[in-house]
Ligand binder design. Structure first.
Ligand SMILES: NC(=O)c1ccc[n+]([C@@H]2O[C@H](COP(=O)([O-])OP(=O)(O)OC[C@H]3O[C@@H](n4cnc5c(N)ncnc54)[C@H](OP(=O)(O)O)[C@@H]3O)[C@@H](O)[C@H]2O)c1
Length: 159
């Protein structure tokens, strides 16, 4: 099964100039804890934004071109999503905007760190989603400087 994990602003802002828009140490720890030991799937641009491979996780990169250093490269994201939608293991989709948008219909869970701030300069966004389709649970909260945030888990309702 797929879960999407992201830190987003009030308008679902994700990033700018291929960098994260929010860098919150507590959120980074949360991300590490949720993803450790799992497969992580990311778009080529997000891969290029990282300083290197995420340790302890199988790094799967989606690209129609060439990518070096990844554990696996997926050229057909649609096929990958369909083939792995019902696995028992939780596969974490870690961004960015393009890949979240394609993976959202397949995701049974969203781990969103919701930051209470607008970032109009953003150029990458988490896709819009219908919160009515999910059970929303706040699992934690915190503050960092002028940023306050909530760790929110959305579990898709069974249809
Ligand atoms: N806030 C957060 O939690 C968070 C998390 C992750 C990323 N981000 C931010 O998001 C931004 C990057 O997002 P983005 O939307 O620009 O890029 P992205 O989703 O990371 O990567 C896009 C690339 O993925 C590949 N791709 C996408 N769909 C594909 C498909 N169906 N089949 C094959 N390849 C496919 C393509 O690579 P090729 O061009 O090589 O074919 C495409 O150019 C950055 O600012 C980053 O910092 C934020």
């Amino acid at each position: 099964m797929f879960a999407l994990i992201a830190v987003i602003g009030k308008n679902r802002e994700l990033g700018k100039d291929n960098q994260l828009i929010f860098e919150i140490p507590e959120d980074m720890r949360y991300f590490r804890e949720k993803t450790m030991g799992h497969k992580v799937v990311m778009g080529r641009k997000t891969w290029e934004s990282l300083p290197g491979k995420l340790d302890g996780r199988e790094n799967i990169v989606v690209s129609r071109g060439g990518v070096s250093g990844a554990d696996k490269v997926v050229r057909g994201l649609g096929d990958f999503l369909r083939e792995n939608a019902d696995t028992e293991e939780e596969i974490l989709v870690i961004g960015g905007g393009m890949v979240y948008a394609e993976a959202l219909p397949y995701a049974r869970r969203l781990y969103l760190t919701e930051v209470d701030k607008e970032m109009p300069e953003a150029d990458a966004y988490f896709p819009e989603f219908d919160s009515e389709q999910y059970n929303r649970e706040i699992v934690g909260e915190g503050a960092e400087g002028d940023l306050s945030y909530k760790f929110v888990k959305y579990n898709k309702k069974e249809v």
